[in-house]
Design a protein around this ligand. Structure first.
Ligand code: ATP
Ligand code: MG
Length: 362
């Protein structure tokens, strides 16, 4: 076991059992456990992921409640090649750390580190989930439109997600609007399990996040990994990012405009998120200019580019600095995996006790 600052981390997290409790009376179960994850489907995340997901992660870790943060590598396998997933997951880990996730406050781990416990729980949960119900989950409905091509693993996605959450007995799940249907499945399966086998799982609830949405720079929907042409990635060269911002679509200003277009509102949001004090003032003035119909978009883009560029320089410096510490990185991952797995094993023991289904000793 590593010495030094790790010790306080481990000691503090040893309190989780108390926090979660295992008594069905529920009195000790009121405490919060946060859990969320990101799929390693790309080599880098973009500013939309950063502002819409990672920034919430940073806020949650300051709450002092147990927080499980994972790289959803098994979920990555629903659509990506295993080699790609394996290569990308360390990049997500580095991204979390460079963004400011503190491994002394947050348990960071790979979903696959607890594959056994999670998949076993998924089996039990799946018994309460029919194929017809799975086909009604909105995000799946889209993807499984061609059943001949859609893999069976994809169909298991909602039940696996429920198992990710319930294996840690998590109570608060930061989710975007697009994920709410999945969380409803997790709630349903937790209730069914409790009803059938006796109370074990707190019902996980959505945790209200700031809910920002960044529009793609080419104005085509939201910024997204799968449409790189409209995205600024966290590993883009700062000059390249500025170029992209200069080319961003805006609008022809009516005089005076009534309502700001989502594309322009998103540019303001990007700028304001990373601005220093002087830039904040400039942007506040530009907002007024916009509503007077006098704003020159080149000026807006210049300030936004400057603020975003500075953020990228800082972020990339921190990313590289973590990259240069492979031993520390390995220790963080090892400890995170170990803590997460231990807690998952405890849940599995409780599941085994409730269901009467224990594994044979090997
Ligand atoms: P893909 O194109 O593969 O779906 P994505 O860019 O949509 O990738 P996800 O992995 O689906 O990213 O989402 C990761 C997290 O980032 C989610 O919490 C999602 O709500 C958030 N997110 C994704 N895109 C944006 C965006 N443009 N603005 C704000 N938040 C976003
Ligand atoms: Mg998406």
């Amino acid at each position: 076991m590593p010495k030094g600052p790790w010790l306080s981390w481990l000691e503090r997290l040893d309190g989780i059992e108390e926090v979660v409790g295992s008594s069905p009376t529920g009195s000790t179960m009121a405490k919060r456990i946060f859990l969320t994850g990101l799929r390693p489907t790309a080599t880098a995340l973009h500013l939309g992921n950063y502002l819409g997901a990672i920034r919430d992660v940073l806020a949650i870790q300051e709450k002092g409640a147990p927080f499980f943060l994972f790289v959803a590598d098994l979920h990555g396998l629903t659509t990506e090649d295993p080699q790609k997933v394996a290569a990308n997951r360390e990049k997500i880990l580095l991204t979390y750390l460079a963004a400011g996730v503190d491994p002394q406050k947050t348990i960071i781990y790979y979903q696959s580190a607890l594959a056994e416990e999670t998949l076993l729980l998924e089996i039990f949960l799946s018994r309460f989930f029919s194929v017809a119900q799975a086909l009604r989950v909105p995000t799946l409905k889209e993807k499984v439109r061609q059943p001949r091509q859609a893999s069976l693993f994809l169909l298991r996605y909602p039940a696996l997600m429920a198992a990710d959450i319930l294996i840690q007995r998590a109570t608060h799940i930061p989710v975007g609007k697009d994920q709410e249907a999945h969380l409803e499945v997790s709630q349903l399966l937790a209730r069914q399990f409790n009803r059938h086998f006796g109370y074990l799982f707190p019902i996980p609830r959505p945790y209200q996040t700031q809910g920002v949405k960044i529009i793609a720079l080419d104005g085509q929907g939201k910024m997204s990994k799968s449409r790189p042409q409209g995205a600024i990635f966290l590993n883009d060269h700062p000059e390249e990012a500025k170029q992209k911002i200069r080319r961003a679509v805006t609008e022809t200003l009516a005089k005076p405009p009534k309502e700001m277009s989502p594309a322009v509102a998103s540019l303001f949001l990007l700028g304001e998120s990373f601005a220093n004090r002087q830039e904040k003032e400039q942007l506040a003035n530009m907002r007024q200019e916009y509503f007077r119909g006098t704003l020159k978009f080149v000026h807006l883009k210049e300030v936004v580019g400057q603020a975003v560029g500075r953020f990228l320089v800082d972020f990339q410096r921190r990313y590289q600095s973590w990259q240069q510490k492979p031993k520390l990185l390995a220790t963080i991952l090892e400890e995170g995996n170990r803590r997460a797995k231990r807690h998952a094993q405890e849940t599995w023991q409780l599941v085994a006790a409730k269901t009467g289904f224990t594994l044979p000793r090997s």
